[in-house]
Design a protein around this ligand. Structure first.
Ligand code: ATP
Length: 357
């Protein structure tokens, strides 16, 4: 069942188009994660859905009804902000009760809902405390509790974990996944964090400059990015890009000549003698010659991360990064023989930057 549908949604601030012709459908109970570089319009999109901003044109349709004309309160949408936005003079209990009271919920129901949420979020012992007596992680739980207590139709979260330290983020990430499995509220979640995006999303929306670049499951987007922007944005370290020319069954990158697989050749038939962009993820290089073709490159910088080693190489003048096993004995300044898994190469058009197949 379609929960939310955005049709030709557009938002201009004076001359600047922050959201340009955005179209997509969210199914009931989905957990959609929106990612994209700073300023690409993620928060604006959430604010439009919440009713905090008015679209310049286009429609927001919830449960089959256009809600453009409804106030934020009438939309029954909950919002969790980055800065928690709790009332400082109220204790946790009253912060949780506030939205319900303003909706004239009976007292007994408020009490039972608060007890349920407190149990769910492990905050039973905190109900009498004021926000200034809580840690970052506790504050975040209360902010989430306040958003989910009123059974909203849609939950919008704008970088809710970004003020927490790295360890707490990982813990809260897991808790949010569990919470969604339990409550199943349709959720739109904005983040800068790749790990959050990949692990939490049922579907990922990648945005750039006010437009949607690709929508899909995290795996679909990682394995088959639609264009160079998505390929470079999703994945850390980023995919490596090389300019190459297709020449009689091979791709020539600088002095390296890579023979293509039969299946690739057929699909690249129209590109013979043309420049194309080749994408290779850092983990698709290895020291194992059985995995594809081998070549020599000079290691420039070696970053040892414990479980893996990131090595920055140069192939002629083109820099690239490989993610290798820590057992690899890589020395900066030395040439090394690397292999590329041919099946893992991504091909993009030079002009449009779109994926070829
Ligand atoms: P970030 O990740 O940095 O939070 P974002 O993707 O959420 O960024 P938005 O906050 O949605 O980006 O902003 C999108 C664009 O719209 C930005 O260029 C921003 O400067 C512009 N913008 C946002 N609000 C306004 C406003 N009230 N008036 C004018 N321009 C605005």
């Amino acid at each position: 069942m379609v929960k939310l549908k955005l049709e030709h949604l557009h938002k201009a601030y004076h001359q600047f188009d922050a959201i340009k012709d955005v179209n997509f459908e969210i199914q009931d109970q989905e957990f959609i994660v929106i990612v994209g570089p700073s300023g690409c319009g993620k928060s604006t999109l959430l604010r439009l859905i919440a009713g905090l901003e008015e679209p310049s044109h286009g429609q927001i349709i919830m449960d089959g009804q256009c809600i453009n004309h409804l106030s934020p309160k009438e939309r029954n949408v909950s919002f969790v902000f980055q800065n928690f936005a709790l009332y400082p003079h109220m204790n946790v209990y009253h912060n949780l009760a506030f939205g319900l009271k303003s909706r004239k919920t009976p007292k007994e129901e408020i009490e039972s809902r608060i007890q349920n949420i407190a149990k769910l979020l492990h905050i039973e012992d905190l109900l009498k405390r004021k926000p200034n007596e809580l840690s970052g992680g506790q504050l975040q739980r209360i902010a989430i509790g306040r958003a989910i207590i009123r059974d909203a139709n849609l939950l919008l979260m704008d970088e809710p974990l970004s003020n927490l330290d790295a360890q707490l983020r990982i813990k809260m990430r897991k808790e949010l996944i569990q919470l969604h499995q339990h409550l199943k509220t349709t959720t739109l979640y904005v983040t800068h964090d790749q790990a959050e995006a990949m692990t939490m999303a049922t579907r990922l929306v990648v945005m750039n400059q006010g437009t949607i670049q690709q929508i899909g499951t995290p795996q679909e987007i990682y394995n088959r990015p639609k264009n160079v922007f998505v390929a470079g944005f999703i994945g850390s370290p980023s995919m490596n890009f090389f300019n190459g020319i297709i020449n009689n069954g091979k791709i020539q990158i600088d002095s390296l000549s890579i023979p293509l697989l039969e299946s690739q050749l057929t699909l690249l038939e129209d590109y013979n003698q043309q420049e194309i962009i080749i994408g290779i993820r850092p983990e698709d290089f290895s020291f194992n010659p059985k995995r594809g073709i081998s070549f020599q490159a000079k290691a420039e910088i070696v970053e040892s991360l414990g479980a893996e080693v990131l090595v920055h190489f140069k192939l002629g003048e083109q820099p690239f990064t490989a993610r290798l096993k820590p057992t690899a004995n890589v020395q900066a300044g030395q040439p090394h023989t690397l292999s590329i898994d041919l099946e893992k190469i991504h091909f993009f058009e030079s002009q449009t930057k779109n994926r070829i197949f």
